[in-house]
Design a protein around this ligand. Structure first.
Ligand code: NAD
Ligand code: DAU
Length: 350
């Protein structure tokens, strides 16, 4: 029986990782530690919450005393660390929250693991889930590899880069068994509607303007969230200590092209005349420091560990739209209250 701590398990990607591990590994005890910020939602885990190998603990990774005593009590064998402040726009308005959770929170977890494991790392592992944004931005060509130098531009990516460096420092300095993965943009169910795809789905559904930053020419590489969860599973079990893997969908889209595709799908699903939803597209002031293009070379993961993405983007986007249209209660719950205040602040003067 292995006891695995998954942090941020009530969030978008974390909930898919928790579901996968709870269902695939009945002999693992999965402990989900989450502060339940605006982005954390226990409704994301209704289908696994009563499983005998699953436990939820509410807590803040920034609180070092709490984290230490939790490790002392629970004696985790491994950590899969996803808890983070994850939205670039929020990092521009409040960078310090990102420093606290993403940097200080990560170091608190590393320290607690080091104290518990007493530098005997055989059969222990600290897996840190990171982002391709640490590599900065690409021009028209090229791809990020694991050797690309870090060059973060937003407070979010700077905080994630910093946390990655700390994780590597614990491998180099203390010999802790660490692994890191850097993934491209995820999409799928349970994605908080502050991010482009769920925000656009929600706005199209409600006949609200769809805000496109700048000229919509920025490029992102989109990966089905369940393919990310499967990659994390493979890397967690098979990667050598101290290694890093890039994860991506080989699926680059200009924002404006993606939004047009989404509008077409939504018109069809909602029984609207083709072209109706596209009229909602509204160009707004660009994001400060907006990275032009991300593209991930996941060749190392494919060759060494045999992972490949499973889903074509059009199919994944259809499934995603279906999930949002069939889960109106979830969407209504997360878009009420604080979300309204955030939305007004974020888009009022753009
Ligand atoms: P999310 O914002 O949906 O979820 C983050 C979770 O962390 C929430 O449940 C939140 O309550 C929890 N959390 C936040 N602060 C906490 C704290 N101080 N203590 C405990 N829990 C806290 O994020 P996501 O999109 O699921 O991203 C998960 C991880 O994957 C992050 O580390 C992110 O950097 C990384 N990542 C995300 C993407 C993406 O496209 N979303 C891509 C690559 C990497
Ligand atoms: O690349 C991985 C990263 O992807 C993760 O590390 C982050 O946690 C995740 O939030 C995501 O970051 P992005 O900034 O790329 O995602 P977002 O959905 O916020 O924006 C996607 C693109 O769409 C980006 O170029 C900005 C643009 N955009 C976004 C919003 C919210 C718009 O044009 N309009 C919008 O309203």
């Amino acid at each position: 029986m292995k006891k695995i701590l998954i942090t941020g398990g009530a969030g978008f990607i974390g909930s898919h990782v928790v579901r996968r591990f709870v269902n695939t590994y009945p002999d693992y005890q999965i402990v989900n530690l989450d502060k339940l910020t605006y982005a954390g939602n226990l409704a994301n885990l209704r289908d696994v919450e009563n499983k005998p190998n699953y436990q939820f603990i509410k807590g803040d990774i920034v609180d070092a005393g709490f984290v230490d005593s939790l490790f002392d009590k629970e004696k985790f064998d491994a950590v899969i660390h996803l808890a983070a402040e994850s939205h670039v726009d929020r990092s521009i308005s409040s960078p310090i929250d990102f420093v606290m959770t993403n940097v200080v929170g990560t170091v608190n977890l590393l320290n607690a693991a080091r104290k518990l494991w007493k530098e005997e790392y055989s059969s222990k592992r600290f897996y840190h889930v990171s982002t391709d944004e640490v590599y900065g931005t690409l021009g028209e060509t090229g791809m990020f590899t694991e050797e690309t130098a870090y060059d973060p531009h937003s407070p979010y990516s700077a905080s994630k880069a910093s946390s990655d460096h700390f994780v590597r420092a614990y491998f180099d300095t203390y010999g802790m068994d660490t692994v890191i993965s850097n993934c491209s943009n995820n999409y799928g169910s349970h994605h908080f509607p502050e991010k482009l795809i769920p925000l656009a789905i929600n706005n199209i559904k409600n006949n609200q303007p769809v805000p496109v930053y700048g000229k919509g020419e920025n490029v992102r590489d989109w990966l089905w969230v369940e393919d990310h969860a499967r990659a994390i599973d493979v890397i967690f079990h098979k990667a050598a200590p101290g290694t890093t893997f890039n994860i991506g969908g080989h699926n680059e889209w200009k924002n404006i092209d993606l939004i047009h595709l989404l509008c077409k799908i939504m018109d069809r699903k909602l029984g609207r005349e083709q072209g109706t939803s596209a009229k909602l597209i509204t160009y707004v002031t660009d994001r400060a420091g907006h990275d032009l293009r991300y593209a991930i070379d996941s060749g190392k993961l494919q060759k060494e560990l045999g992972w490949v993405p499973s889903l074509q983007f059009e199919e994944g986007l259809e499934k995603t739209v279906d999930w949002y249209l069939n889960n109106e209660d979830w969407l209504n719950d997360v878009t009420s209250g604080n979300y309204q205040a955030y939305y007004e602040g974020q888009y009022a003067n753009r």
